[in-house]
Unconditional design. Structure first.
Length: 232
């Protein structure tokens, strides 16, 4: 099965369907500025890691990359590109990088456990075994780099969009504001809402409140998904 079918936004293994990224979602969605920073890190780490790994796999194959060690290599590549993104972001905005240090450190681990490397390795191994059994020349064994990069970026896009949408709902309810990363303070307040009797609802600023809000949104999603299936 293609990774795009498994990890698409509406797929059963997507962050919205299976809550695989619930931890990152809860922590990064407290502020929109954090969500934007994490979204950029997701695209950077997923895209460059998948591109480098698939390119090296197409060139080296089993000669340099044994099948049992490919997940470790993928994890190291994800950590490397995650470190580069953190360093570049620190050069642009040191306070924002310091504020998001833990979130940006989680992204490579989240990328390594996402299943992209496992799917890429298994599909490439199947192609190699078919060519070995048939006895033909190994000319079509190399993976399609563009295909794997697009599938990895689509998975990163689903996680990033979910975090940003959730932060747009959560931050006004918690802090009566919306923020962007930047300035010496680490973030810029682009919108500020007047506080009322029931607004903001400060409980959503904590992780427990975020889980309550997330559970409500997931229930609505599952209800809408079930009604859609009934109509079909």
């Amino acid at each position: 099965m293609s990774l795009s079918r498994q990890y698409s936004f509406w797929g059963s293994l997507s962050p919205l369907g299976g809550l695989t990224g619930a931890g990152l979602l809860i922590m990064a969605s407290a502020r929109l500025s954090w969500a934007i920073t994490v979204a950029g890190g997701l695209f950077w780490v997923y895209g460059f890691t998948a591109f480098t790994f698939s390119a090296l796999l197409s060139v080296a194959g089993n000669k340099i990359f044994p099948e049992k060690g490919r997940i470790i290599i993928y994890t190291c590549l994800a950590a490397f590109f995650g470190s580069i993104y953190l360093f570049l972001f620190w050069l642009l905005c040191p306070f924002a990088a310091f504020e998001n240090f833990m979130l940006l450190s989680i992204i490579p681990l989240f990328c390594a456990g996402s299943g992209v490397a496992l799917g890429l390795t298994s599909q490439n191994s199947e192609k190699e075994s078919l060519h070995e059994q048939s006895g033909r020349r190994r000319v079509d064994v190399t993976p399609d780099v563009f295909e794997y990069v697009s599938e990895a970026v689509s998975q990163a896009a689903s996680v990033a969009c979910l975090i940003m949408v959730f932060s747009i709902v959560r931050e006004p309810l918690s802090y009566c504001s919306l923020s962007f990363p930047g300035t010496s303070a680490g973030m810029i307040t682009i919108m500020y809402f007047k506080e009322g009797a029931f607004f903001p609802i400060g409980i959503f600023a904590s992780s427990a409140g975020a889980l309550l809000l997330l559970g409500y949104i997931v229930c609505l999603y599952q209800y809408a998904r079930g009604n859609k299936g009934d109509y079909q």
